[in-house]
Write a protein that binds this ligand. Structure first.
Ligand code: ZN
Length: 396
């Protein structure tokens, strides 16, 4: 963060800001406070308040909470181009706190590493960006452009929604975007897209003692699931973004009782999209599988419904575009060329991401974007066996 801020200042031909030792200590304390403050998606209010308080304490004025609950502050010359720093305030839920070596809400620092839910993803980045804003504030008048720090909501269940509100409804138009997602401080450019698919198979119920009279919807689902597993090895690949992937993430069935043949089975597929793959193409692959197996089933792209802590309600299709990595796209250019035109739609914004995972451990879970950052796969931290589940997610 410091390095990036220095570069920004160099562009402004001004001296470089430094973080003092005291500043580092209070930054770590603030990161601990954030980890200790629960902030499930749609319940980020308390963390939003903490962010505002810390910004004010650091002398950064003018922060506002937008309609969806993002905390936003702009520093510098509004007439110039905007460099936007983005960090999300929400986390997923803890499903089994006993599986954590450290209390997920404890915010413990041990041997220079901060442990806790969201420490990596991405309260460490929230804290770093709040302090970066504090560092930058004294130089606001010297900037050619402006930096916008956006601490956003509901990223875990619906990435991009809060940024859409910021860009399309709040009028913030960044030329560059830096995401604080964990990448071991390696610059990673672009990320895969995502689409959530819901597949439902239909059968006929019968008494469990006479299964031959029914049509077991779970058996039909099992055939499709096997097909999905086979499909996984045939998906697209890209040297920058990595492979397209598919993961079955949830399954449930409907039956009148434990001695009745289920007449319906539903499962969800988390499909990550690499170069050349699209949400509609991913849906068509599953539809083709259903047709090939000649199974009575439907496949659809799910919709996310959520109401933010400020009361902003949204409903969006859970299909999120891939960013970058096309031929000649910013993901394939050298890092210093990361520049885009102003006022582009959000999908066209150039995004960088970084956070040092060696200093923050957030639990066992891989990043929900499933290898969002293309440079390297996320290692599985050794200190926790299991832990985090999805927060309060509503599907329409
Ligand atoms: Zn994240």
């Amino acid at each position: 963060m410091e390095r990036l801020m220095r570069a920004f200042m160099r562009a402004s031909n001004h001296q470089r800001p430094q973080v003092s030792r005291n500043g580092r200590d209070s930054l770590v304390s603030f990161a601990q406070r954030l980890v200790r403050t629960p902030s499930l998606s749609t319940q980020e209010g308390e963390v939003a308040l903490a962010v505002q308080e810390e910004l004010a304490r650091l002398g950064v004025g003018g922060a506002w909470v937008d309609r969806v609950g993002n905390v936003v502050v702009r520093i510098g010359n509004e007439a110039g181009p905007t460099l936007l720093f983005n960090a999300h305030m929400d986390t997923v839920a803890v499903t089994d706190s006993g599986a954590w070596e450290h209390d997920p809400l404890g915010g413990v620092v041990k041997n220079g590493v901060l442990y806790g839910l969201g420490a990596t993803d991405m309260k460490g980045a929230v804290a770093a960006m709040v302090y970066a804003a504090g560092l930058l504030q004294p130089y606001a008048d010297a900037l050619r452009g402006n930096a916008v720090f956006a601490f956003v909501v509901q990223e875990e269940p619906c990435e991009g929604m809060a940024m859409r509100v910021l860009v399309e409804e709040e009028g913030v138009r960044p030329a560059w975007v830096v995401l604080g997602e964990p990448t071991d401080l390696q610059v990673s450019r672009g990320h895969r897209g995502r689409v959530m698919l819901k597949v439902t198979t239909f059968g006929r119920s019968s008494h469990g003692s006479q299964p031959e009279q029914g049509d077991n919807a779970v058996y039909s689902a099992a055939r499709l699931i096997f097909g999905v597993e086979m499909m996984a090895g045939t998906l697209g690949n890209d040297p920058v973004l990595g492979p397209g992937t598919v993961a079955l993430t949830q399954i449930s069935s409907r039956s009148a009782s434990l001695n009745a043949v289920p007449d319906q089975c539903t499962f969800y597929l988390d499909r990550r999209l690499t170069l050349g793959e699209t949400p509609s193409g991913a849906l068509m692959q599953v539809e083709a599988l259903i047709a090939r197996e000649n199974i009575q089933a439907t496949a659809e792209i799910t919709r996310y419904c959520g109401q933010s802590y400020t009361g902003y309600a949204c409903e969006v299709e859970e299909a999120f575009p891939r960013l970058g990595a096309g031929r000649g796209s910013p993901a394939r250019r050298p890092v210093p060329a990361q520049r885009g035109a102003r006022a582009r739609p959000p999908a066209a914004h150039h995004a960088l991401g970084f956070l040092d995972r060696r200093r923050v451990h957030g639990g066992r879970r891989q990043h929900p974007h499933g290898g969002l950052w293309s440079r390297r796969p996320e290692p599985r931290p050794h200190h926790a066996r299991t832990g985090a589940g999805q927060g309060p997610v509503a599907r329409c």
